[in-house]
Design a protein around this ligand. Structure first.
Ligand SMILES: C[S@@+](CC[C@H](N)C(=O)[O-])C[C@H]1O[C@@H](n2cnc3c(N)ncnc32)[C@H](O)[C@@H]1O
Length: 186
């Protein structure tokens, strides 16, 4: 039996902690995402939470780009909706509420960000297989997991699962407090 999902998903009441300005010192969205996102790209922030990374993804993809910010929790999306409207980005960023059995998305992306969310997903293997269908042939996904939730050994298992689900690991970038891989379809 799966553990209660409510115990695993970061609640929307913690959104403020994910959005603290001080986080920019060690998870600078511009610096982290610039190598992967260019003007005009179609990109997905999967498990976007309050959108700490979404706004920068929209800036990098530009007016000709398309950004989808997707999350399981409506309350996270509500927070992000306010930011997007305030920044005049409603035409660039589309918000999407995921189901608990799958994202419900079908558009293929040049880049997918999966930041601090994979460990919250009960069936990670099925989730990775779905990510594969959401990537263009040469698309890349950056998966980042927190060291305080995912041990070194756990992450070795995640990397095995990544390979098993049809990806190759092309980079292991250093991210503060984190374990990270960039992947593409093998
Ligand atoms: C710890 S937060 C990280 C948010 C954001 N990526 C960041 O780094 O600031 C994880 C987010 O993933 C979302 N999430 C968890 N499981 C999900 C799923 N199966 N599909 C979509 N979103 C999910 C949660 O609702 C939560 O907003």
């Amino acid at each position: 039996m799966e553990p209660d999902r409510k115990n695993r998903v970061c609640p929307a009441e913690h959104a403020g902690a994910l959005d603290l300005n001080i986080r920019r010192l060690f998870h600078d969205p511009g610096k982290m995402l610039k190598p992967y996102i260019r003007e005009g790209m179609t990109v997905l922030d999967l498990g976007c939470g309050p959108g700490f990374f979404t706004m920068e993804m929209a800036r990098l993809a530009g007016k000709s780009g398309k950004v989808t910010a997707a999350d399981l929790q409506e309350d996270m999306l509500k927070i992000l909706r306010k930011k997007i409207d305030g920044a005049g980005l409603a035409d660039t960023v589309r918000l999407h509420k995921c189901g608990s059995d799958g994202t419900g998305l079908s558009v293929e992306n040049d880049f997918i960000l999966v930041f601090y969310m994979l460990h919250e997903v009960p069936d990670q293997e099925a989730f990775l297989r779905e990510i594969r269908t959401l990537l263009k042939r040469d698309g890349k996904a950056l998966i980042v997991e927190p060291k305080f939730h995912v041990s070194k050994n756990d992450f070795v298992k995640v990397k095995d699962m990544i390979r098993r689900t049809g990806f190759e690991i092309i980079e292991e970038p250093g991210v503060f407090f984190s374990r990270a891989v960039v992947i593409k379809s093998a």
